[in-house]
Design a protein around this ligand. Structure first.
Ligand code: HEL
Length: 423
């Protein structure tokens, strides 16, 4: 109905990433691969209208590939477009709604980054200082700075690689567990660093666990208090919560369905869990409306000083179409438009939440399954529908100025290691 990843640390992924990694670059008029940026803020041109039929077709495709439900909300210059397909709850058959709350996984990293960058704005933290200055003796290398954590360049091993090697057994083992941050860091430190501090982009949840520790150490308060005081309340995000270690989502929400590794095995209802394995790296609950508001407000300078936002938008190349800032992703779409936000994968939920450079058009899209790389790749296409408009017909494409659509399959487009999502 319509109305109105480069990888976490497999060895191969790590090698490829270190080859791609170059020092962080300031936001500029060029994309990660050096080609000119064509987003509206760079060119002064207005983006084409969202392709709502295309969006609906993408959601339908996600269902054919195994998602029980999928939905998206676009906030475009004050106009709201909503699209849904399928169910929020397989048992009751309740239709998914764009008002449902859901687990946002690593989109939480953008919230944690905003809190930490506000502390920088307040003069309580320096990005280029050793983490061990603030948390003495925590990390094995004094060269690891706060900036390295936030841009995934610390070299800290991602303990979730081992935790979720077997998808459903791994999940069931931690589903009701409550970890301390220190226990999670210890799991990481049982393995050597995966690279030199500052050298390469290597996605690791460990980085944002340490970010949570920094927030708690510097403020003397739990992360949930800081999220609430600094982001949820000022932006009036009424659907956004951090309930760790509670296992239930408050209020109306969509259920999450985890795909087992064994082909053909039934989906597992993974809705209720502590998400203690992620905490400040991935345990926030939110809604499409709130995430659109959050990223739009962020890029419009409502949460950080201009200087701090510029630092958040210094991009380390991830691959030819993506960059990673400080807890923020940039994706260069097939039509040349660049968008800013984050992706999230938590058991049973795939989220894409991105906004335009000027924050005036945003989309949040959700499929209520995970460990299904095909669905993840399909959902990436919601961004093209939202920001690129209808694809040109072959005839129009021949006569129009060359706006290139990527021919690369969606799967290669994602910043994920093979272990994260089953094909
Ligand atoms: S992975 C990512 C995504 N991030 C990272 C984080 C998040 N999520 C996780 O680390 C979850 C890992 C297990 C997920 C589970 C599934 O699919 O539900 N997969 C398995 O168990 C596979 N054996 C880089 C994709 C991000 O987009 O930033 O969220």
């Amino acid at each position: 109905m319509v109305s109105g990843m480069v990888g976490r640390g497999t060895a191969l992924g790590a090698v490829l990433l270190s080859l791609l990694a170059v020092p962080a670059q300031a936001a500029s008029a060029v994309t990660a691969d050096g080609s000119p940026r064509t987003d509206s803020a760079a060119t002064g041109k207005r983006m084409p209208a969202p392709d709502l039929e295309g969006l609906q077709a993408v959601l339908r495709e996600a269902l054919t590939k195994g998602a029980p439900g999928a939905m998206a909300r676009i906030d475009d210059h004050g106009t709201v477009h909503r699209a849904t397909e399928g169910v929020a709850d397989k048992a009751t058959g309740r239709a998914i709604s764009t008002q449902d709350r859901f687990r946002i996984g690593s989109v939480s990293k953008s919230f944690s980054s905003v809190v930490l960058l506000q502390l920088v704005d307040e003069g309580r933290l320096d990005l280029d200082t050793s983490v061990n200055t603030y948390l003495p003796g925590l990390l094995p290398d004094d060269r690891i700075t706060v900036r390295h954590l936030m841009s995934h360049r610390s070299g800290l091993y991602d303990y979730t690689n081992d935790m979720f090697e077997k998808t459903v057994p791994g999940f069931e083992t931690v589903r009701n567990k409550v970890f301390t941050y220190q226990e999670l860091v210890n799991l990481s430190l049982a393995k050597p660093l995966t690279g030199q501090p500052g050298a390469a982009y290597q996605y690791s949840n460990t980085n944002f666990v340490v970010v949570g520790m920094l927030i708690e150490k510097l403020t003397g308060r739990p992360v949930h208090t800081e999220y609430r005081k600094r982001i949820f309340e000022p932006l009036k995000l009424r659907d956004t919560f951090y309930v760790h270690p509670d296992t239930a989502l408050p209020g109306r929400h969509t259920k999450g369905y985890l795909t087992p590794d064994e082909a053909g095995a039934p989906l597992v209802d993974s809705t209720n869990q502590t998400v203690s394995w992620a905490q400040s790296a991935g345990a926030v609950i939110s809604s499409a409306k709130d995430l659109d508001t959050f990223f739009s407000s962020l890029v419009r300078g409502k949460l950080l000083s201009a200087e701090r936002l510029a630092q958040m938008e210094q991009w380390t190349p991830v691959n030819s179409t993506q960059g990673y800032g400080l807890g923020l992703r940039r994706r260069d779409l097939s039509c040349g438009v660049s968008v800013y936000g984050h992706t999230g994968t938590v058991q049973g939920y795939y989220t894409y939440s991105f906004t335009s450079k000027d924050g005036k058009r945003s989309i949040t899209a959700l499929a209520n399954t995970s460990n299904n790389g095909t669905v993840l790749g399909v959902m990436a296409k919601t961004l093209d529908s939202a920001f690129c408009g209808k694809p040109a017909t072959p005839a129009a494409a021949r006569s129009a100025a060359p706006v290139k659509r990527s021919a690369a399959p969606a799967k290669q487009y994602e910043d994920i290691a093979p272990g994260v999502a089953r094909d």
